[in-house]
Design a protein around this ligand. Structure first.
Ligand SMILES: [Zn+2]
Length: 281
């Protein structure tokens, strides 16, 4: 089931695309295992960390906006597929809340990695097709370009089936830098995980929420700024971005949604004796 939250006059719905399992050492990057292990919880027999795939639906100005689409269903249940777990539940979860694919007006992708944009498309008779037939998909232009020319490292995660069908259907809305998606929903560049990675700020009635994208893969990585995932392509840029956005989040008492934290991944950061603390909501 989804989790409803109130932000000013906005209703937010956190919905899950399931659980992704990734190598725990890669998730925590340079951080020594003895330091992260007490925070990680139980790993599976392949030493993988179970990670959430938390997506958010927000209705504003008569529009239904979906932030992120998870891994999706195209490859989801292939046994043994690298990195996948029990994924591809987003459309069922939306249906349970009475949201049909054609109800979604706008999709926002923080970046185009397979676990964030995989649900952009579904398998149809003629091949992969947009999962949300009426939606405009908001994507940073630089991210779109990176995904078009992946290198030896990024080609396993930039899968054309997740974004090419959107271009063919003319549903792509490329944006550069900060962009208002609809009233109260803003895409904000947050480079580091990828060069053009973006987060999404939601604002209503003086309250702020931050869909943090891959700013941190685990809430403890919001508390400890130097804990940066090996998946980040620009780790030192991630460091600066994290400092800036975390300071803002603490200052504004922002509600944070962590994509990869266990469902629903919602909480707030506060300072306690000069140390950042994550409180789950
Ligand atoms: Zn991810």
């Amino acid at each position: 089931m989804g989790r409803w939250l109130k932000l000013g006059n906005l209703d937010l719905l956190v919905v899950s695309d399931g659980i992704l399992r990734l190598d725990a050492g890669a998730v925590f990057g340079l951080t020594p295992r003895v330091m992260w292990e007490p925070h990680a919880g139980p790993l599976d027999d392949m030493h993988r960390l179970p990670m959430g795939l938390n997506c958010v639906v927000v209705r504003s100005g008569g529009k239904t906006v979906l932030i992120e689409t998870g891994v999706g269903t195209k490859r989801a249940r292939t046994p043994g597929a690298a990195g996948t777990g029990e994924v591809g539940t987003l459309l069922e979860e939306l249906a349970r809340e009475g949201i049909r694919p054609e109800d979604v007006d706008i999709v926002v992708n923080t970046h185009l990695h397979f676990d964030h944009a995989g649900g952009n498309t579904v398998t149809a008779a003629g091949g992969p097709a947009p999962a949300f037939p009426r939606a405009r998909y908001f994507i940073q232009k630089g991210e779109w370009e990176e995904a078009q020319r992946p290198n030896e490292r990024t080609r396993a995660t930039y899968l054309a089936e997740n974004f090419e069908p959107l271009a063919e259907a003319r549903q792509v809305e490329l944006v550069e830098g900060e962009a208002e998606v609809v009233k109260g929903v803003r895409m904000v560049p947050a480079p580091g995980h990828t060069a053009h990675h973006a987060v999404v700020e939601l604002e209503s009635g003086g309250e702020l929420a931050l869909y943090a994208g891959e700013l941190a893969q685990h809430p403890v990585m919001l508390e400890r700024i130097a804990w940066i995932s090996a998946f980040d392509v620009l780790p030192l840029v991630s460091l600066e971005t994290k400092k800036r956005l975390i300071e803002r989040a603490i200052d504004k008492r922002a509600l944070l949604v962590c994509v990869h934290a266990p469902f629903p991944g919602v909480g707030r950061l506060r300072l306690e004796d000069g140390k950042r603390r994550w409180d789950e909501t």
